[in-house]
Every structure is written in structure tokens, then in C-alpha cells.
Write a protein that binds this ligand. Structure first.
Ligand code: ADE
Length: 368
């Protein structure tokens, strides 16, 4: 499993098909499936955003992917149509809260199409040569996955436009009055963009995706099935009630479910439990301060601040973030979505409000 370096861009701005020199670090990039279907490591965790532990539990095929029915249906049709035409799949934008399986779905798409998936993230594409290097090295029909695509800089975005539309790079060669634009043909490819903030994408970029799909929080039944599958892969004896207890506490998010399952496994190992039941799950996760609805310390601090400090709100996002010592974007994209989903929080034009359901959950008198 190799970390693939980008092709370098020559001094004139023309990309050369050679690896970047050691003096010029390549953008963080993962060659996610060296040979499709060969079972090769898709993820070393070295220099990548994909921890190996997480990768070992990922579904590899669409049929193994639990939940997200509409997404699977839409992509299943697109895959079949693409296969029958022999084309590259249309560009795909996946958006939604973190941990719901955007990267996993990109890897599944590559596996289904029998092509490689190159994985990078927008902050790693700082210089024009980073994105150019990636694009010129793509083989026909390969996938390029760009995480956090809303963070792409303008120059990189503008390089992407003709690449996405016409498989063409428009490169400037030379400087000042002698500068010329040269076009370079590249292989037809599929860009899979992922973002937690679809609204932060520029409309010219968003409009170039043929498929735009939101990933939703998973329901309890799907989460229970995901936990049971992961338990099987980890060779744990976990009964159905125990799987449901993990499902209740994972904020609708498979990545968190798998993380919690590993914490339960630790407690079971230390206490010498072979079989894991609901009680052990509840105890283990309470120990980690994850409550019966999956709220953690950050959630409780947010709700307590609203209820205790501001009579339930409304309070502006920036005020809340400053009081909690959190970054407003993290609060908005990571902490709040699950509280909104539970109906514990409301966003209003005047700020955030903690609901009666939140009061009740935290053991406050709802009428107070
Ligand atoms: N593991 C993480 N996400 C999953 C999913 N959607 N289906 C099956 N296993 C998973």
C-alpha cells in the first residue's frame, strides 16, 4: 500500500509525469485501492486521514453497506448505468455530518467500478501543483476523493472546473507579458467531494457535480445491524440487546458506534466477560460519560450553558462558542446536528434555544 506522491509541476507551470522530489513534500494522498478487489491495504493510516482501525470495519461493497437507502439506490443505478456505458461515473458530492460514511462510500464506489480511489483532502491541496499533480496522474475512470472540499482554495477550484467538465487542464506557462495558456488533456475521472458544509461550497463548484447526495443520521435498526456486523468482525460475543444499547448511544453515527464498541470490548476484557450484554454496555459507556441517548460532555455543557446561563436561550452561535471555548464551525457541524436531530436544540434567527425535551433529559423541571 503506497502513499502516492503527486506529479510535479515544472518551473514553467507545466506538469511533468514524475513524482515530486523529496525536497518538495507531496500533498497528503492515499492510494486507496492499489488493485481493486485484491484485498490490498487500502489504508495504512500513514500520512492519511483514514485510521487503519476504522478501515478494518468498513463495508467494501454496496451490498454490505447498511442504511442510507436512498443514497445506495441512487448510486446503485449510477454505477450500473456507468458500467454499461464504460464511462467514468458522474462527479459525486456527498454531504452531511462527520462519521456517516462519506469516505466509505467513495471506497465502495471505486470497488464497485473496479478502479482505484485516490484520497486527499482540500487543506492538503495548498499549491496549484498539488491538484495538477493529482489530476495528471489519474488513470481513465479512476476516482479522486477530496475530503472537506468546501476548504478548497480558489486557484485549485478554478483548475478543477475544466478538468471536471472537459477533462482538460488550462495551465499558464511563463510569466508576465510572455505568459501563455496551454491546455492539457487528462483522463476522464470521477471527482467525489465530501463536505460537512454543502452551503460553504461555491455555486460554480457545486453545479459541476452530477450527483449531490446528503447522508442522514442512521436509525436505530441500522445502527444495531452495523454494531452487530462490527462485533462479528472483532470476534466479540455481543447479544442483540447489547448491540441496541451501543446503537442508542452512538449519536446516529457508525464511526462513533465502532469507537464505543471498542471501549466496551476493553471493559469486557478487563472484567473477564466473554459474552457482552446490555448491562455491561451501559456501564462501560457511562464510565466514558456517554449517556443513554448518546450525549457526551460537550453536548451537556452546551445545553447546560443554554439552560443554566441563559434561561434556555436564544443565544447566538458565536457567544456560545466563546463561552465553551469551542470553534463556532465545530460547534455547528459536529456538536449541534445530533442535538437538533434529537429535538434538544433549535436554531432560530435570534440564536440557539434548548427545548423542553433537553430540560427533561438533563433532569431539569420542564416547567421551570
Ligand atoms: N461500518 C461503518 N459504517 C457502516 C455501514 N454503513 N454499513 C456497514 N458497516 C459499517
Amino acid at each position: 500500500m503506497a502513499i502516492v506522491s503527486s506529479a510535479a509541476v515544472s518551473g514553467s507551470g507545466v506538469p511533468a509525469r514524475r513524482p515530486a522530489s523529496p525536497a518538495e513534500p507531496a500533498p497528503r494522498l492515499l492510494d486507496a485501492s492499489a488493485q481493486p478487489g485484491d484485498g490490498a491495504d487500502r489504508d495504512t493510516g500513514v500520512g492519511s486521514d483514514l485510521p487503519q482501525r476504522e478501515d478494518s470495519l468498513r463495508p467494501r461493497r454496496l451490498a454490505e453497506y447498511i442504511g442510507q437507502r436512498e443514497l445506495k439506490q441512487v448510486l446503485g443505478i449510477a454505477i450500473e448505468a456507468t458500467r454499461s456505458r464504460g464511462d467514468a461515473l458522474d462527479h459525486v458530492l456527498l454531504y452531511g455530518p462527520p462519521g456517516l460514511g462519506k469516505t466509505t462510500m467513495a471506497l465502495v464506489l471505486a470497488e464497485e467500478l473496479g478502479v482505484r480511489c485516490r484520497i486527499t483532502s482540500a487543506p492538503a491541496l495548498e499549491r496549484p501543483r498539488d491538484i495538477v499533480g493529482l489530476l495528471v496522474n489519474l488513470q481513465p475512470r479512476e476516482l479522486l476523493f477530496i475530503d472537506e472540499i468546501h476548504r478548497l482554495n480558489r486557484v485549485a477550484e478554478e483548475i478543477l472546473y475544466p478538468a471536471m467538465e472537459d477533462c482538460r487542464l488550462d495551465l499558464t506557462v511563463g510569466k508576465g507579458t510572455t505568459a501563455r495558456t496551454r491546455s492539457l488533456e487528462i483522463a476522464p475521472f470521477t471527482l467525489v467531494g465530501a463536505t460537512t458544509r454543502a452551503g460553504a461550497l461555491s455555486s460554480p463548484l457545486r453545479d459541476r457535480f452530477g450527483l449531490i447526495q446528503r447522508l442522514e443520521f442512521y436509525d436505530l435498526g441500522d445502527l444495531q445491524a452495523i454494531v452487530a456486523r462490527a462485533a462479528g468482525l472483532l470476534e466479540l460475543q455481543l447479544d442483540a440487546e447489547a448491540a441496541l444499547e451501543v446503537a442508542r448511544r452512538c449519536r446516529g453515527t457508525p464511526r462513533i458506534a465502532n469507537r464505543l464498541l471498542r471501549r466496551v470490548r476493553d471493559v469486557a476484557a478487563v472484567r473477564g466477560h466473554g459474552a457482552i450484554g446490555q448491562q455491561l454496555v451501559a456501564e462501560s459507556l457511562s464510565l466514558h460519560r456517554v449517556d443513554a441517548r448518546g450525549l457526551d460532555a460537550s453536548d451537556r455543557r452546551l445545553l447546560t450553558l443554554l439552560l443554566d446561563g441563559h434561561g434556555g436561550g436564544p443565544v447566538g452561535l458565536d457567544t456560545l462558542a466563546a463561552a465553551l471555548g469551542e470553534d463556532p464551525t465545530t460547534l455547528e457541524t459536529v456538536v449541534e446536528p445530533y442535538l437538533l436531530q434529537l429535538g434538544f436544540l433549535q436554531r432560530t434567527p435570534r440564536g440557539r434555544i434548548a427545548t423542553d425535551a433537553a430540560r427533561e433529559h438533563l433532569g431539569w423541571d420542564a416547567a421551570a
